[in-house]
Design a protein around this ligand. Structure first.
Ligand code: SF4
Length: 51
């Protein structure tokens, strides 16, 4: 099971304006903007502060 399924991470593509702010402020650095412009959660072992 991937990180998005484990954390119930979902993005409503009809509402996301692909601004990238969620990527910029993610303290765990576990979100990246995909080629489609939508944020996606990267695989990770556990939540933690990486900044
Ligand atoms: S890119 Fe992130 S912060 Fe920007 S609208 Fe989409 S979900 Fe919200």
């Amino acid at each position: 099971m991937g990180a998005e399924e484990k954390t119930n991470f979902t993005v409503d593509a009809s509402k996301c304006i692909r601004c990238g702010r969620c990527v910029a402020v993610c303290a765990g650095i576990v979100i990246e903007q995909g080629e489609d412009g939508l944020p996606h959660m990267l695989p990770f072992e556990r939540f933690g502060w990486r900044g």
